[in-house]
Design a protein around this ligand. Structure first.
Ligand code: TRP
Length: 465
């Protein structure tokens, strides 16, 4: 059975695939602009706290549930004799659908930038607005991206997901280090670093906390069963706690480096860092242009290639979640499951595709349904989907997974699974902390923030300033 489902060939393969899932647009595109909107270093501090104290323990629980049951995000709960709790997995699959539907649109932009730059369109950054509004063009790039994702997933675990991650992740890190080194030499780099690294805690308010939490979950690919699914392909000899720690470190490290690279670029141009979604697509290409035609094109193309690679290992994991479900539970052959799901998600993404200037119906979506927030400039459908899926469903999923692991499956069983491949686990401080975090910290903190987020985002009620 295990052989039929597929398995990662090695620990490195698993870690790279899971880190590949984690590292994506979330780190390189979303994290910097969330920092820009959320007041700089104060946001960074909140994000780091959430990642290490709260998300890391939840991650070990997710992977353990997957490996124990060797089943997909929904089936795993059946295997643990808790069919009623399988709604967690169903919620996860829904979140995955929603996330991939808009994620693929942005991935299509990144890929489109590579093509445009190679075709001699160096100043594409000046035409970002027209570019994203041209739905036929960006729709085609998105379609190619989704097809590439599907192609990889259709080749299964070792030959598809693992192989792609082993190739793409190291390339990404190399490109990133080169760009970082360059950015630190620019005039204005210091101002960028100051904004990024010196926290002003007066800037922390409710929305900053909600976004930081949503970002932590999103960035770690947590709370929707992606890691249950990847864990289900993990071998019993592997140390889950150590792997989860490495995945968290790599993810946080790369997000951190992305900021370190980006803010010097942004400040060297004398631009405000609050550019939102356009930060990476408008501001950065402007910087590349100033480097002159040759260097600019090389650096620009490299950067957007990096972004596309990062996105690809993430879209692969997002697609794998529903695919694993359909393959395991409904016995659909993998190839067919992959292509059908990919097409469906692409179709679900069409409103997001159109919400960036092609039509105003979707753009003003939040105003139309009456949840637009005062002072907010972005009322698009895509932002709305992000609020629902990233900021609401993922932390909710994380809370439910913690409660399930601690009280339904039971801590002892979790510990037993985490001790496989980690002899000294039982009785260690790590065990004590993980148990504390999933039994008390995560359920309490996540349920409070869940209520506050829903009130704030969807009813515009702000209980805590
Ligand atoms: N973590 C990815 C990023 O930062 C996005 C992602 C991939 C994701 N798979 C996921 C988010 C599963 C939530 C759940 O870009």
């Amino acid at each position: 059975m295990a052989a039929e489902r597929g398995e990662f060939s090695s620990r490195l393969g698993f870690i790279l695939a899971a880190a590949g899932s984690a590292v994506g647009l979330g780190n390189i595109w979303k994290f910097p602009f969330e920092v820009g909107n959320g007041g700089g270093a104060a946001f960074v501090v909140m994000y780091l706290l959430f990642c290490f104290l709260l998300c890391f323990p939840v991650m070990t629980a997710e992977i353990a549930i997957g490996r124990k049951t060797r089943r997909n995000a929904v089936g795993a709960f059946y295997s643990l004799n808790s069919p009623a709790w399988s709604f967690i997995g169903k919620l996860g699959i829904l979140s995955g659908f929603l996330i991939l539907s808009f994620y693929n649109v942005v991935a299509g932009w990144a890929f489109g930038y590579v093509v445009e730059m190679l075709a001699g369109n160096f100043d594409i950054g000046n035409h970002f607005g027209d570019f994203v509004a041209d739905w036929i063009k960006v729709g085609s790039y998105g379609l190619v991206f989704m097809a590439t994702t599907a192609y990889i997933v259709s080749h299964g675990i070792q030959k598809g997901i693992e192989r792609a991650a082993k190739l793409l992740m190291p390339s990404l890190i190399i490109i990133m280090v080169v760009l970082l080194a360059y950015s630190l030499t620019l005039d204005g780099a210091m101002d960028g670093l100051k904004f990024y690294l010196v926290p002003d805690f007066s800037k922390i308010n409710g929305p900053v906390v909600y976004s930081a939490l949503g970002q932590a979950f999103f960035s770690l690919s947590l709370g929707m069963g992606a890691l249950i699914t990847y864990g289900s392909y993990l071998n019993r000899d592997q140390n889950i706690v150590q792997s989860a720690a490495l995945i968290t470190l790599m993810d946080v490290g790369i997000a951190f480096l992305a900021g370190l690279m980006l803010f010097p670029f942004v400040f060297s141009q004398g631009v405000e860092p609050t550019g939102g979604a356009g930060l990476i697509f408008v501001t950065l290409p402007g910087v590349f242009e100033n480097l002159g035609p040759v260097v600019g094109v090389v650096v620009g193309t490299l950067f957007f290639t990096l972004l596309s690679f990062a996105a690809l290992t993430s879209t692969v994991s997002l697609l794998e979640v529903p695919v694993a479900y359909v393959v395991d539970e409904h016995k659909v052959p993998r190839t067919r499951a992959v292509w059908l799901t990919a097409i469906l998600i692409f179709v679900v993404g069409i409103p997001s595709l159109l919400s960036n200037g092609a039509t105003s119906i979707f753009t003003n979506f939040m105003q139309i349904i009456g949840i637009a927030q005062e002072g907010a400039t972005d009322h698009s459908f895509m932002t709305f989907v992000g609020w629902v899926a990233n900021d609401t469903f993922l932390p909710l999923g994380g809370m439910l997974i913690s409660i399930f692991a601690a009280y339904i499956w039971k801590k002892e069983n979790l510990s037993e699974e985490l001790a496989q491949g980690n002899e000294n686990y039982i009785g260690s401080y790590t065990e004590k902390y993980i148990n504390f975090a999933i039994s008390y910290l995560a359920p309490v903190v996540l349920s409070i923030i869940f209520v506050l987020t829903v009130l704030n985002r969807f009813f515009n009620i702000q209980l805590i300033g």
